[in-house]
Every structure is written in C-alpha cells, then in structure tokens.
Design a protein around this ligand. Structure first.
Ligand SMILES: [Zn+2]
Length: 230
C-alpha cells in the first residue's frame, strides 16, 4: 500500500492539473489510464501474445469475431475524434499514401466518393455485419456461416483503409488532440492481429509498412534504424 501511495504522489507531482496540493477525488486517481503513460507501456509487452488465440478455451471464429468487433468500435471511435476535419472539401477522395480507394457497391460497380462518404459506407457496412446474428452469432451453439472468414477479411481491409487515411490526412489533428498515443497503439495492435491470422493481403498493407515496422517492432524499439521501403 505504501508503494502505491508513493507512486501516486510521484505521478501527482507530474500532473499538469495539480490543484494546489489538494487531494484529488478518488475517480481522478487513475493516472495509469492517461495516454501519456499507456502509450509508453504498450511497447513493454509483446503484442503477438495479446493477439494469439488462447489455446483450447476459445474457438477461432469466436476469437476473430470478438476482436474484429472490438477493432471496429475502436477505429470508429478514433475516426470520430477527427471526423469534423474530414469533409468533402478537405478530403475529396479516400486517399492514403497516394493510393485512392474506390467503393464498390453490391453489384460491383466502382464509385469514387469523398473520404467521409467512403468511411460512412465502411462503418455502415461493418456495423450491419457485426450485429447480424446470422454472420456474427452471439448465442451459444449457433454456427458461423461458411462466408465468415472472407467477411472478416473484408472488414479488416476496410478498417485498415480508415486507419491509413487518419494517418495520411489527419495525423496533425490527431496530434493536436494528443491522441497519437491511442492511434499508434490501436494501429500496432490491429496490424499484429491481422498478420497473425493472415486477414489482409500484405500487398494491401504495404503502403504503411514503414510505420508498421516502427510501431510493431519488438522491444527494444529501433526508431532510428528502420528502413523505409518505397
Ligand atoms: Zn479525411
């Protein structure tokens, strides 16, 4: 207990919002949840351990469904923080690293749309899938459809496009909001997950390989030694 109090004082002193020696209310003491700390800690463990299928206890499809749904929610949330800056004027096409993504409707017709339109289509599509009991069953004993894996792959590819667009077009705003730690953590976790289960063709993710290499590197990170391949 003594150690905990000590740590708390240490973090408390470093806090920008020190209220003149007054004791913080209990709910404000979770300093470990602050991004400036969590983003540091995240590199202290191997993300591969986090994404690997827990042996025997969990069915592979259950694991994929649960993680995919979580990534959808987190990426949706991350995008919402900068969505006011992502407009039809600022982002006239869905771009990331000189790549333009086109939306294909149910009939396979290619459509060029603005980034916010594209992302809205992605989020609506994924939301519909992950809440469809026939595709992402939540009831015990209900089987996953044969198309499950290919749909998960499609969802992951779309979510990757959204992350890539945030980095490419909205990183400055993300930094201004001090959310780059969240974004980096989310991105690294996502990339390690999709690699573990081969959910996205590496040809798709290669546009962001330079970043992936830095963020997904095992400890110790080598920020000055990574090679940028273009
Ligand atoms: Zn945008």
């Amino acid at each position: 207990m003594g150690v905990l109090v000590c740590c708390d004082c240490f973090f408390y002193r470093k806090s920008k919002t020190k209220p003149n020696g007054k004791k913080a209310p209990a709910e404000e003491k979770k300093h470990y949840l602050e991004p400036e700390y969590t983003k540091v800690r995240v590199m202290d463990f191997d993300l591969k351990d986090l994404v690997a299928l827990p042996t025997r206890e969990i069915d592979l499809n259950e694991w994929l469904a649960s993680n995919t749904t979580t990534f959808f929610n987190l990426i949706n949330l991350q995008y919402s923080t900068i969505s006011e800056f992502c407009t039809g004027d600022t982002c006239q096409a869905m771009t990331a690293c000189n790549t333009i993504y086109y939306w294909y409707d149910e009939r396979g017709k290619k459509t060029k749309c603005t980034a916010p339109q594209y992302i809205d289509l992605v989020m609506t599509f994924v939301q519909k899938l992950v809440t469809d009991e026939e595709i992402f069953p939540t009831k015990y004993g209900k089987a996953f459809p044969n198309s499950f894996e290919s749909l998960v792959k499609k969802v992951c590819r779309f979510l990757f496009h959204v992350l890539a667009h945030i980095y490419w077009s909205h990183f400055k705003e993300t930094v201004a909001l001090e959310l780059q730690g969240h974004l980096n953590t989310l991105y690294a976790h996502f990339i390690v997950f999709v690699r573990e289960f081969n959910l996205i063709d590496p040809k798709e993710t290669c546009i962001m390989d330079d970043l992936s290499e830095v963020l997904c590197a095992p400890l110790p990170p080598l920020p000055h030694n990574h090679v940028t391949e273009r």
